[in-house]
Structures are given as structure tokens and as C-alpha cells.
Write a protein that binds this ligand. Structure first.
Ligand code: ADP
Length: 481
């Protein structure tokens, strides 16, 4: 049995109390199939209790001076960083990502708490020029109210802090519904929030095996004023439609189909390093992971060779082992999707360059894979693979590359490598994406607005823009002066 950290209390957290729940469900380690712990399987009534607790906490929390909210968030940040190693290990156990990536995620996730602790003190309104001699116009930025945060399994910590920290900074209480595959990290975060002195009801975590009943309450209860979701596009669309009934504000961080374009003037070695970072992080299971490599004809063969050599060096295994950079996939459905996409490419005339098979370790481990001669009639052109598969497409001209990159209903992250500055501007402006990385394979930071266009989502997380998701403007006109 894996040793779990002391900070973990495997119970739901509602109104500052821990609840064991009458039914429980197991959380397993994707690297071994071992059960790590079981957690409460809550229902709609429990969720309504959490919403009621959050709603009751709202008046005092929004009136708490910004400086004091900032100090509480800062204390939570310090607690997270003091337990970085415990949290990282727990995350690797329930999610599978290599320990170094989990450590990185704790730092990244905590950075939102630190940033919004600072920003809490800067949520200012404004006075505006008036339209009448005896009138004065004021704009207040007020907290929106109870926030529901529905989060995915691929970033069990950072997707929670990226929503909760700005919400709490703005004076909003939150009800978190973590992914059923990775609730333990969420519960450990809640325990640290409790230790940090976050008042009862301000942060609540409801765990459940089947998310539907919980989601139905969170998207229909009129006390919930804002739903912030990160996950798949189909679920996001359903939740958005459900939110329409009570006209809830919603942020949606959904799927992507990230292109990674390599132009003929690119530094190929740098492009290969960027490819590894952007494609193979978390075994390809992030929404900003490259889904399609588009490579200009002149450098195509050289790039594929270099990429395949580097990919063949990636060590696959249990994320807790030294040197492992590729963990298991989250479940067998993920493994099936990877295999289906590879077969589809090979059936339609694509070429296997390396990998292509389940890893000899078994379970949901898969060999990092490179495919060439990929064309736009293949499923990888339009569907997100969410696995360690790098399909390479070929192009001739810049305009062709931009058109191929944009030929998707998604618009989250795009990457490209080039050196000519005119080309860089032209391509950067031509890409219909919420985020563009130029000569970089990683772009996430709490300092910048993360989010997509088209069917990749609504709203932004991170930076000062992230606060707008949790505030409403109240315009006041004072007349008769
Ligand atoms: P993934 O394919 O990455 O698991 P999902 O969109 O299925 O993405 O899951 C993201 C989050 O949405 C998880 O917390 C999951 O439990 C939740 N979820 C899935 N279906 C629903 C639903 N019908 N209502 C509310 N939450 C849901």
C-alpha cells in the first residue's frame, strides 16, 4: 500500500467540516492499478449543502478587507509550498505524471495563490467623467457570488488554484468538484486551506464518482453565480447550455488541437526541444499539448529524424522512479483512443517512425510515438489525441501552414519556430488562437492570460484579466448634487 501524506483527509470538505459520506468510491494509481484510498461519493443533496454553506459565507467574505483576504491567501500559498513534496508525491500517485512534473505543478499551482493574494489588494473601481453638471458616475467592482469550479484530472492541483485563488481574492466563496480520478490532491489542498485559516464555507470540496448529479446542481442552483469549468469540449457545451437557464456567468477552458509549425529557417534543435516539452508533457495529456506537427518541406526529413531520436530516449515508467519522463495514461479509454488514432493514420497511408505500441510495462503505459506522412483526412488532423503521439504533416508555403493550423474548430494554443522577423509577425497575426508561443514549447504562467477562442472556450485564467471572471461592475449615478 502506498504511503499517503498526513495532510490528506480523504473526506469531503463542506462548511469547514469533514464529511465521510455514506457511500465511498476508490481512487487508484494509474501506474499500478492499486487502490490508494476511497473518498465520499456525494449526491445532489450534499452538493446543495455545499452551495448553501458557500452562500452563507459570502456576505462576511466579501466584506472581509482585501488586505486580510490577501493575507489569508498568502498563508495558504505558504502552506502549499511547505508541503510541495507531499503534494507532488500524492499527485504522481493518483495521476501518474513524473514526480518532476508534479513538483513543477505544485509550484505553478501555488503561483496563482501567490499572485491573486497580491492582486486582491488591487481590485479597484473607477470614477468616470459625468454627462451632467450635478451628477457623478462611479463604478464599483464587486464579487460575483458563489463560484462552482469543476476541474479535470490532468492538473489535479493547478486547475483548482487557477480558479479558486482569483475567486477568493475577489470575495467569492467556491464549491470545487474535482475530477473523480484525482480527488486526493484537491482534498489535501482543502486541508491546507483549513490550516491556513480560510473561514468555513469559503472553500468547499464535493467528491463524487458520477459527476452528473453534482453538475446539475452546480449549473442550476440560483445561488451559484458563476461556473468555471476545465475539461472536454462536449461536457463544457452541456454545462454551458445548463447555465443558460439561470443566466450564469461561465468560464470554459475546453479542448484544443494545437499546431506546432516548424518553418525552414527554424533552429531545428531548439524546435525539437520545444516539441518534446509541448507534446510529451504529462504523456501528451494536456489541453495545450501539441496535437499536430506541421513541418516545411525543406526541413521536414531532418526534423522528423531529430525528433524521433529524441523521442526514443524518453524513459517510460512509474512517475516515482528516477529518470522517468513519461508516466502511464490515465485509463484504458485514453489508451484505446491513442491506438485508434495511430491505426487510422497507418490504415490511410501514414508511416510509423517510432513507437506505435503499448509499452512492455503493460497497464496503460504506451510508447512515445512519431508518425510521418500524415494528411488532413486522418483523425489526428481534427481530433485531440491526448496521448504521446506526434503526427507530422508537411507543408510548402507560409500561407498554407497558417490555413492548416486554423483548419479546426479549436483555438487554444499554437506554437511555431522561425527566425525571420517578418515571418514571425505574419504568422503570429494569422493564427486564430488564444495563445501563441514563438520559439518556445511552454507558455503557461500565472502572469499571463490563459484561454482559448472558437470552441476552445470562454474567458481567461491568470494575470489581472483572470479577476474579471469573478467580479461584476456596478455603475452608480449620483444625481442632485
Ligand atoms: P476528461 O475527458 O478530461 O475527463 P471531462 O470533461 O469528462 O474531461 O471531465 C472534466 C470534469 O468535468 C471532471 O471533474 C468531470 O467529473 C466533470 N464532468 C464530466 N461530466 C460532467 C457533467 N455531466 N456534469 C458536471 N461535471 C461533469
Amino acid at each position: 500500500m502506498a504511503q499517503l501524506p498526513d495532510i490528506l483527509i480523504p473526506q469531503a470538505y463542506i462548511n469547514g467540516q469533514w464529511h465521510a459520506g455514506s457511500r465511498r468510491f476508490p481512487v487508484t494509481n494509474p501506474a499500478s492499478g492499486e487502490t490508494l484510498a476511497d473518498v465520499p461519493d456525494l449526491d445532489a443533496d450534499d452538493t446543495r449543502k455545499a452551495v448553501a454553506a458557500a452562500d452563507a459565507a459570502w456576505p462576511a467574505w466579501r466584506r472581509t478587507p482585501a488586505k486580510q483576504r490577501a493575507a489569508l491567501l498568502r498563508t495558504w500559498f505558504n502552506a502549499i509550498m511547505a508541503h510541495q513534496e507531499d503534494l507532488a508525491r500524492l499527485m504522481t500517485l493518483e495521476q501518474g505524471k513524473p514526480l518532476a512534473e508534479s513538483r513543477g505543478e505544485v509550484g505553478y499551482g501555488a503561483s496563482f495563490v501567490e499572485f491573486y493574494a497580491e492582486e486582491a489588494k488591487r481590485i479597484a473601481g473607477e470614477t468616470l467623467p459625468s454627462h451632467g453638471e450635478n451628477k457623478r458616475l462611479l463604478v464599483f467592482r464587486e464579487s460575483i457570488g458563489v463560484v462552482a469550479a469543476i476541474t479535470p484530472w490532468n492538473f489535479p492541483l493547478a486547475m483548482i488554484t487557477r480558479k479558486c485563488a482569483p475567486a477568493m481574492a475577489a470575495g467569492c466563496p467556491v464549491v470545487i468538484k474535482p475530477a473523480e480520478a484525482t480527488p486526493l490532491t484537491a482534498l489535501a489542498l482543502a486541508a491546507l486551506a483549513e490550516q491556513a485559516g480560510i473561514p468555513a464555507g469559503v472553500l468547499n470540496v464535493v467528491t463524487a464518482q458520477d459527476p452528473k448529479a453534482i453538475g446539475d446542481v452546480l449549473t442550476s442552483d440560483p445561488r451559484v453565480r458563476k461556473v468555471s469549468f476545465t475539461g472536454s469540449t462536449p461536457v463544457g457545451k452541456t454545462l454551458l447550455a445548463q447555465c443558460a437557464q439561470t443566466v450564469k456567468k461561465a468560464s470554459m477552458e475546453l479542448g484544443g488541437n494545437a499546431p506546432f509549425i516548424v518553418f525552414d529557417d527554424a533552429d531545428l534543435d531548439a524546435a525539437v526541444e520545444g516539441s518534446i516539452a509541448s507534446k510529451f508533457r504529462n504523456s501528451g495529456q494536456t489541453c495545450v499539448c501539441t496535437n499536430r506537427f506541421l513541418v516545411q518541406s525543406h526541413v521536414h526529413d531532418a526534423f522528423v529524424d531529430k525528433l524521433a531520436k529524441r523521442v526514443a530516449e524518453l524513459k517510460v515508467g512509474n512517475g516515482l522512479e528516477d529518470g522517468v519522463v513519461q508516466g502511464p495514461l490515465i485509463n484504458t479509454a485514453a489508451l484505446d483512443k491513442v491506438q485508434t488514432h495511430i491505426s487510422d493514420v497507418l490504415d490511410k497511408g501514414g508511416r510509423l517512425v517510432c513507437g506505435g505500441e503499448p509499452h512492455p510495462l503493460g497497464g496503460t503505459f504506451f510508447q512515445p510515438t512519431v508518425l510521418a506522412d500524415v494528411t488532413d483526412d486522418m483523425r489526428v488532423a481534427t481530433e485531440e489525441t491526448f496521448g504521446p503521439v506526434a503526427p507530422v504533416f508537411r507543408f510548402e508555403t507560409d500561407d498554407e501552414a497558417i490555413a492548416m493550423a486554423n483548419a479546426t474548430e479549436f483555438g487554444l494554443a499554437a506554437y511555431f519556430y522561425a527566425t525571420d522577423y517578418r515571418r514571425i509577425w505574419h504568422v503570429m497575426e494569422g493564427l486564430e488562437y488564444g495563445m501563441v508561443a514563438v520559439n518556445e514549447g511552454l507558455l503557461s504562467t500565472e502572469l499571463a492570460p490563459f484561454g482559448g477562442v472558437k470552441e476552445s472556450g470562454l474567458g481567461r485564467e491568470g494575470s489581472h484579466h483572470g479577476l474579471d471572471e469573478y467580479t461584476e461592475l456596478k455603475y452608480v449615478c449620483i444625481g442632485g448634487l
